[in-house]
Design a protein around this ligand. Structure first.
Ligand code: DX5
Ligand code: ZN
Length: 218
């Protein structure tokens, strides 16, 4: 299984964000947390700021939309050049349609579920997406503790994916991923790991990316 490390710039130093982005160029994807202060009680980058980040980043950008109306608004993040757009199942009235719309724009499509949403709720959409994001914290803030009670959900998702044929969806985890927790998520079946504080609090983010990658593959 290919391991992918996705640094989240949520808790990077926003006063010198472009430099912070350059520090993680050895990662696989740059994780861009978009929050609208409605779906979650926090607000981050505007669409224009996202465009600038995407333009600047040397690695593909994975936009994680924590927004209230992805059915209307997600497409703009694909058009802004995101390599992958992930929206929340809980916020969507018509996930099938939004998935199809994003796909036709050429971006990869991820579907995210919050800790209280079961895998079964989205199981029938698994064949239509490129990535399932199992949140391992309540979305909204960086620096929270990893919720180990999400591990069985990751296992269920991996079991279902292993029954599939063709191009398999990636299984991403986001929230509280550190040197201590990445192995738990990996053993449960995750292959794509978002890490914010673990990478940006490290003295050397590039070195931490390499160490996390090794820890995930142990
Ligand atoms: C939380 C965000 C995460 C966050 C992760 O709602 O979706 O991507 O930045 O931060 P850490 O790794 O610090 O938990
Ligand atoms: Zn995120």
């Amino acid at each position: 299984m290919t391991t992918r490390i996705c640094p989240s710039i949520l808790n990077a130093d926003h006063s010198r964000l472009l430099e912070e982005i350059d520090r993680v160029a050895s990662a696989d994807l740059l994780h861009l947390d978009v929050m609208d202060n409605i779906f979650v009680p926090n607000q981050t980058f505007s669409l224009q700021e996202c465009r600038e980040i995407i333009e600047h980043s040397r690695i593909p950008v994975d936009s994680h939309l924590m927004i209230a109306n992805p059915d209307e608004d997600a497409i703009a993040y694909a058009e802004a050049g995101s390599a992958s757009v992930t929206f929340h199942f809980e916020a969507s009235r018509n996930p099938r349609q939004t998935i199809a719309q994003l796909k036709s724009s050429g971006s990869r499509v991820g579907l995210a579920i919050k800790p209280k949403t079961s895998f079964e709720a989205i199981a029938d959409l698994l064949g239509e997406i490129n990535m399932l994001l199992v949140m391992t914290v309540e979305p909204g803030f960086g620096g929270q503790s990893f919720m180990a009670d999400q591990l069985p959900k990751i296992e269920s998702a991996r079991a279902a994916i292993s029954q599939m044929r063709g191009e398999l969806p990636w299984l991403q985890v986001d929230g509280g991923i550190s040197l201590e927790t990445i192995a738990l998520a990996s053993r449960a079946g995750a292959d794509t790991f978002v890490a914010g504080s673990a990478i940006y609090k490290a003295q050397n983010p590039a070195e931490m990316i390499a160490i996390l990658r090794v820890a995930a593959e142990l």
